[in-house]
Design a protein around this ligand. Structure first.
Ligand SMILES: [Zn+2]
Length: 158
């Protein structure tokens, strides 16, 4: 049997296929109920507009069944709310490599809020403009780089 935490952490986000749900910060906990022996997975949904959570739940069930834990329970927790700050360092690096601009950290305590330039993931230029509030999915906005003229997806910061 595969460790349930390892099995669940490898599930890929259906919206942002380069990231696992662990790197995206959706996966909160994988525990084992000591009484029943059942695996209990706790997840926090990302954007409310994303229809991906049903897909993620089904993928978690499939991964756990394949790992020898078919009786898993999946709990959804809404507080604290997910934010793009929960994306891991490796997740941010993968987003950049995939041409998706990683969101700037939001709400850092003691830091004056600044509107930071969205940098082009291809050439790194801060000379960018938003083309559309909605990119390839509801979670992403479509931006264009004025230096290399390439359009790119920017993950909306929450
Ligand atoms: Zn560029």
């Amino acid at each position: 049997m595969t460790d349930p935490r390892t099995a669940v952490a490898a599930v890929v986000d259906p919206e942002i296929r380069v990231l696992t749900i662990d790197e995206l910060g959706i996966l909160r906990a994988v525990d084992e109920d000591p009484a029943s022996g059942r695996v209990v997975v706790t997840i926090t949904p990302t954007y409310t507009g994303c229809p991906a959570m049903d897909v993620i739940r089904a993928d978690i069930r499939r991964a756990l069944a394949a790992a020898g834990h078919p009786e898993a329970e999946i709990r959804t927790v809404h507080h604290p709310a997910w934010s793009t700050d929960w994306i891991s360092e490796s997740g941010r690096a993968k987003l950049a490599a995939a041409g998706i601009a990683p969101p700037s950290p939001v709400g850092a305590p003691g830091v004056v809020a600044l509107t930071l330039a969205v940098r082009c993931p291809r050439c790194g230029s801060p000379e960018t403009e938003q083309l559309s509030r909605f990119g390839s999915t509801a979670c992403k906005a479509l931006w264009r780089c004025r230096s290399c003229s390439e359009p790119f997806d920017h993950l909306k910061a929450l």
